[in-house]
Design a protein around this ligand. Structure first.
Ligand SMILES: [Zn+2]
Length: 157
């Protein structure tokens, strides 16, 4: 497993949040608010300021995830609920802290699961949580051009 955190910072990312939004802008889709340089959840609904789609809602709209976790092997079929619970818990914690870290969808095909996320760090976190809890094999592939991380987890039996 190879992880190079430095490479990541250099690629061009059309969804990068480096760009500045007007203070107090809000996302009309999810209700996140842009304050002091970052998107946060607001305790109260905000409908003042400029409406602008946040990075996560943009990715959802474009169906363009930042990371993908593929889970395969006979273990997935047998322990699907436990695995999904862990994934949802891990994502839920991240989402509650940052509007940009969200689950896009979970696709199920032939007993395998494909989890798509709006944030590459979150994709890593989900894959590592599964790996820690259920062992198995984890492989990481990072595409510099696309700034897209794909993690492949597998366990038989
Ligand atoms: Zn949003």
């Amino acid at each position: 497993m190879r992880m190079d955190r430095n490479i990541k910072e250099r690629g061009h990312d059309p969804y990068a949040e480096a760009r500045k939004y007007p203070e107090g802008a809000y996302c009309p889709e999810c209700g996140a608010v842009y304050r002091q340089g970052r998107w946060i959840w607001s305790d109260v609904p905000v409908r003042l300021g400029n409406p602008v789609l946040c990075g996560a809602c943009k990715r959802v709209r474009d169906a363009f995830p930042a990371g993908e976790v593929r889970l395969s092997g006979s273990y997935v079929k047998k322990h699907k609920d436990e695995i999904l619970n862990l994934i949802n818990k891990t994502v839920g914690q991240a989402t509650s802290r940052s509007p940009l870290k969200r689950l896009m969808d979970i696709e199920e095909a032939e007993g395998n699961l494909v989890v798509r996320l709006t944030d590459d760090h979150l994709a890593r976190r989900v894959a590592h949580a599964v790996h820690r809890a259920f062992k198995g094999d984890l492989r990481v592939r990072y595409s510099l051009e696309e700034r897209f991380v794909r993690l492949q987890w597998q366990r038989e039996m």
